[in-house]
Design a protein around this ligand. Structure first.
Ligand code: NI
Length: 202
């Protein structure tokens, strides 16, 4: 007889699995980004034209992604995964999910006005905040948050306002003090995003 189908063994395995899951919930170990020099102070402008700083989000986990509203394919896909993952977490545990503030920071300050960001962020999650600023403010915050980007030249003779921006594609979770916690795997779909948020958000 196949040992794996014996009821006693199945029960023991189920117990072990339950214990492993409980242990996993209780202590996921140190955050992968603990001690990393990522993040810090900023002053930017939100999608409603208000000046905000990192302290405006004190007490909340911040899920930060950099990109730009005219990005043809990368940003919309990533933001959809992030928004859907957060909604999944909200469905599982509304109280903990409410502690997560999703934030989109523009690397295209010339085109991403507050008004442009307002329509853009609303497509992905009702609580997604869009931040923009002067080119200097954006350069500073991107450097502090480990995001490199490069504004490409528009096609010669074409629309000078049509250009691409190369940028690092990374979603990072910061804790309520603004310390980096973990990279959120938006490439693993909504479930991957939700699981990683559940792991770290208290
Ligand atoms: Ni993009």
């Amino acid at each position: 007889m196949n040992e794996s189908v014996r009821p006693g063994r199945v029960a023991r395995l189920a117990l072990l699995l339950a214990f492993a899951l409980a242990a996993c919930r209780a202590d996921p170990g140190p955050p992968p980004l603990e001690g990393a020099t990522l993040g810090g102070a900023f002053t930017l402008t939100d999608q409603n034209g208000r000046r905000v700083t990192d302290r405006s989000f004190a007490g909340k986990y911040r899920l930060v992604y950099f990109g730009y509203a005219s990005c043809p394919d990368v940003c919309p896909v990533d933001l959809q995964m992030i928004g859907a993952g957060l909604r999944r977490f909200e469905a599982d545990d509304a109280a903990r999910a409410a502690r997560v503030q999703p934030i989109f920071i523009s690397v295209d300050p010339a085109r991403d006005t507050p008004a442009a960001l307002r329509t853009y962020v609303a497509q992905f999650h009702p609580r997604l905040v869009g931040l923009t600023g002067s080119p200097e403010e954006i350069a500073r915050v991107a450097r502090a948050y480990g995001i490199s980007y490069r504004i490409e030249e528009p096609v010669e003779g074409g629309d000078p306002n049509a250009y691409l921006v190369d940028h690092v594609r990374m979603a990072v979770l910061y804790d309520p003090d603004g310390k980096p916690v973990a990279i959120i795997p938006h490439d693993q779909g909504p479930q991957g995003v939700a699981e990683e948020l559940e792991r770290w958000v208290r």
